[in-house]
Design a protein around this ligand. Sequence first.
Ligand code: ZN
Ligand code: ZN
Ligand code: ZN
Length: 315
Amino acid sequence: MTTETGEHGGAQRILSDPLSGREVIFAPSRTLRPGHFEARREPEATGEAEKCPFCEGREQQTPPELFALGAAKEREPDTPGWRVRVVPNLYPAFARQQVVVHTPTHIRSLADVSDEQLVLIAESWAEAAERAWAEGFDHLLAVINEGKASGASLSHSHSQLVWLEQAPPEVAAEAPRLRRDSCALCALLHDLDPALKLAERRLGDRTVSLAVAPTGRAPYELLIAPDDHQPDAFGSSELLGAALALAAEGVRRLNAVEGPSPFNIWLHNFQGDGHWHLELLPRLNTYAGIELGGGIFINTLLPEDAAARLREAPL
Ligand SMILES: [Zn+2]
Ligand SMILES: [Zn+2]
Ligand SMILES: [Zn+2]
């Protein structure tokens, strides 16, 4: 970390994100109070649930399903009676791009999906990964977008799965930094300022943690990861489900501080060596020329301030 004094005397914190190498400048704004951001998750539109193609009973409005979880054995495909449903994306940008419908009823946010259901969602990701590997693909990119500012088009809670022949650039860039013998994420979690840790879940002797990213590129950016070094999240749907439950808690805390907020979540998963994690990027601010053109991210909220607000949020 370097600290520089700006032209007007204010101290700036300049950091390099240890996972990505991304440069982040913390330039806290004194005027930045909770509720400062204008980006908001859209409220439910009139008639939205009645027209929603993801709701149970409208299975004919999506492409034919690939598989469903939680359904009775005698159920016919594309009929009611499922708990998680996986269908091809209607407007794919990739050869294989799928939508995981998270719930049969019209739930609009991951924040409102039950822990039990989140484990089923994790199972559906793992099932899709197995199918991808069987067809010779090497990477499954799983993302959750909520709110128009995040790129979501339908509001019924869902995730998107993209099958790729190799790891995408962001994952490929992280992989050399996350090798078992010198893993930047193991080090980050080991040395984490306790003030930044928001919650954890234990499954047997394994723990998954939710923390404010110490070098997040945006206000309230969150990081969710198993404490022990594991490359492949699809190997344990229970642990991945616990990670999704922590993500849902992160969204509830964020919403309690800032109001219903748009966000993206993605899984960074590794075939071979690496340390899987979820990144939760709130989309409260707009990226401008310095971020997109320079690759330098300016974060106006210090991680310790974000953590204090999120921890104290009334849930
Ligand atoms: Zn719906
Ligand atoms: Zn590690
Ligand atoms: Zn990552």
